[in-house]
Structure formats: C-alpha cells, structure tokens
Write a protein that binds this ligand. Structure first.
Ligand SMILES: *Cc1c(COP(=O)(O)O)cnc(C)c1O
Length: 370
C-alpha cells in the first residue's frame, strides 16, 4: 500500500501558483497606500464581480454568513419575520436568519439536493417574509419556480456561497433573485486568503443600506445613520479576489471536466449514484457529491488510502444539536435526513489530475467489491 499517494480533498496551492506574482505586486500596492480595509482594491473587485455576475451592485463584507444576514436585513427583514430555508444546508444559512432576528421555517429538499419548490409552496403563508434558495454544491436552486410559488411580495434571497460562476438559464448565480449573499472562504470556488463575503443586488436602495450597515451604519466616518455592524472586506483580499476572478471561468471549467471524468469512471459502479445537473443549470461543482448506501464504509476506506473525502453535511439543520430548540424530531424532513446518510463528497478542485481521480475511484471500487 506504500505506493498509494494521498489525494487531498482540495489543493489550493495550484491556484496560488498561478496568481502569486499578481498577488505580490497587489499586496505591495495595498501596503504602500495603507488601504487595509475597504479602499480602492475592494472597490475594483466589487465592480468587476458585479459585472461578472450581471448585477448592478456588489458590497464586500466580512464573510458569507454576514453576507446572508445583511442581505436579509438590507432587503427589509425585521425581527420576528418568518424566513423559509432548506433543511439540508450548511448551518450558516440558518445562523444568518437567526442573527437577522428572523424566525426559521425549514423545508425539505428535492432529489437534486436543492430546496423543494412544492414544499415551499405548501409552507408559505401570510407570515412568510423571505425565502432563501441555497445553490448547494455548485448548481442553482430553481429561483424562478420559487418566485412563482411565493409571489412578488416575499423577499427572494440566494445563498450563493457554493456557486460563484454557476448559471441558471444563462443568468449567473447572485443575479437570480432580489438579493444574494456569497462567501469567499478560501475553499469556495472564488476564495480569498482569509474570511470574506459579498452581497449582490441590482437594487441601489438595498446596496446603499448594506454599504452603511457593514460599516457601523454610515458611509462617511462618524455619520452613523443606522445601528450597523463591522463587516468589511480587506484590501489584501480584494487583490486576491480580483486575481482569482479573472481565472474563475477557466477553473470552473476544470471542475466540470473533472466531474465529467468521475461520471465516466463511476458509470458502471454498482451502488453509486453520481450527481445530476438540473436542466437549465450550468454546474460549477464546488463539490462532487455521490450517493451510496455504504457511505460510512467508503469514507473509512478512502481515509485509510490517504484520500480526502467529505460529508456535506452529516446532519440537516434540524438534527444539529444547536437547533434542538426548533423542536423538529427525526422524520420531519425525510429526504434531507436520508441524503445525510448517503452523501459522500469526492476530491475535486481545479488542477486535480486524471490519475488522482482514477486512484479515488479504484479505492472506491475495491472497497465496494471487497
Ligand atoms: C460557506 C457557506 C456559508 C458561509 O460562509 P462563511 O464565509 O464561512 O461565513 C453559507 N452558506 C453556505 C451554503 C456555505 O457553503
């Protein structure tokens, strides 16, 4: 077994090598200007990312969780307002709702891991003020169907943390609803070298509100017009994000190619279901998530072979201890609960080699066969 090389779950060195020179000169600029927080590098990135995403405004903030919270507050959500989210998401989506003062209303997902539109239609009521579609694993939730289900008075929000560059019916994630929050956590498709996030919207009013909220409630120093917070993007991160944005489409294509190769390698493997791209979607494979009834065994086998594998996520929100207060027992959202026992994320990142992917699949196949 000693000749088996480990395959990391994600390898960010490959991306850094391509932008290292640009980042070094950009960092020199930030340090010379002393524009550590917000400033010209952040503004340059905000403009470029808005243009890329097909929205009018991008507001850089401290992280993705803040971005979703600020998207809700900027979009008019007030304490006590009910917000619908899918049960199968990273806890951050739920945290953002609670931090905004919202009342959480969970719904189940569909067979593609995305929020179930019919469940939303059944859950929406006169108390519903917002719905968050989570573009889980790198493909967009069906936002236009959600809009039909909820009507025009309910705020429609995207959790676009896993979907930078993804498209639905030709429109980029982040531009599919009233307002979106995204994350630049280093491992995301567009990742910074630390925490970062952004709100995307085409509403000038919402953007202005969030620009104030992220900076202690004022756009000019000591002019506090609202009680805000401190959630700002750093100049150094602006440099990194601009350099990476210029390569995002290329890197996403590499992810799609890698996903296609896994599909091919796994096509005849019994007991493994590969992910499906929903009609109308261009997937960016933030994660490549297979389903198998023998998940736990396979995780162990991959781990023993030095292969990074992940589970996104081991429990839906209502089965996470911190959310016991919701009082939702096992069985509340059967599809999300079943998927949580079956899902397995295989290594995927721009630059993963075919040899690495073959090694992953060989390990899976011998574990399944053995
Ligand atoms: C990463 C992530 C977030 C939160 O982003 P942070 O920058 O870590 O706060 C929110 N939602 C989803 C679906 C995520 O994957």
């Amino acid at each position: 077994m000693t000749d088996i090389q480990s395959v990391p779950f994600v390898d960010l060195h490959l991306q850094h090598a391509q932008i290292a020179a640009e980042v070094a000169s950009g960092f020199d600029r930030v340090l010379a200007e002393g524009s550590y927080i917000l400033g010209p590098e952040v503004e340059t990135f905000e403009k470029a990312f808005a243009e890329y995403s097909g929205v009018e405004h991008v507001v850089g903030v401290g992280n993705g969780t803040d971005a979703i919270e600020l998207a809700l507050v900027g979009g008019g959500i007030r304490p006590g307002d009910e917000v619908i989210i899918p049960a199968n998401t990273f806890v951050a989506t739920a945290e953002a709702v609670l931090r905004a003062g919202g009342v959480l209303r969970l719904v189940d997902c569909d067979h593609d891991f995305l929020i179930d539109v019919e469940a939303v239609a059944a859950a929406v009521s006169s108390s519903t003020r917002a719905v968050i579609g989570v573009h889980l694993y790198g493909q967009a939730a069906p936002m236009e169907l959600l809009r039909q289900a909820i009507g025009s008075d309910v705020l429609l929000v995207e959790d676009a943390a896993q979907s930078q560059g993804a498209r639905r019916n030709g429109v980029r994630a982040g531009g599919l609803a009233d307002v979106a929050g995204t994350s630049f956590y280093p491992g995301k498709n567009l990742g910074a070298y630390g925490d970062g996030g952004a709100v995307l919207t085409s509403s000038a009013e919402v953007a202005d509100h969030i620009r104030a909220l992220r900076n202690h409630g004022g756009v000019r120093r000591y002019e506090h017009l609202a009680v805000g917070t401190n959630s700002r993007l750093d100049g150094l991160q602006g440099v990194v994000l601009s350099a990476k944005l210029a390569r995002l489409d290329m890197w996403n294509q590499q992810r799609r190619d890698a996903a296609g190769y896994y599909d091919q390698l796994l096509a005849d493997v019994d007991g493994v279901t590969v992910p499906r791209t929903v009609e109308g979607n261009e997937h960016v494979f933030h994660l490549y998530v297979i389903r198998t009834d023998r998940r736990d065994e396979l995780v162990t086998a991959l781990g023993a072979a030095g292969i990074g594998a992940g589970i996104h996520y081991p429990a839906p929100v209502h089965r996470v201890p911190a959310f016991d207060f919701l009082g939702l027992p096992a069985g509340s959202f059967p599809r999300s609960e079943q998927l949580a026992t079956q899902i397995l994320s295989l290594p995927i990142f721009p630059g993963i080699t075919r040899g690495q992917q073959e090694q992953v699949v060989e390990t899976l196949v011998s574990a399944i066969g053995g």
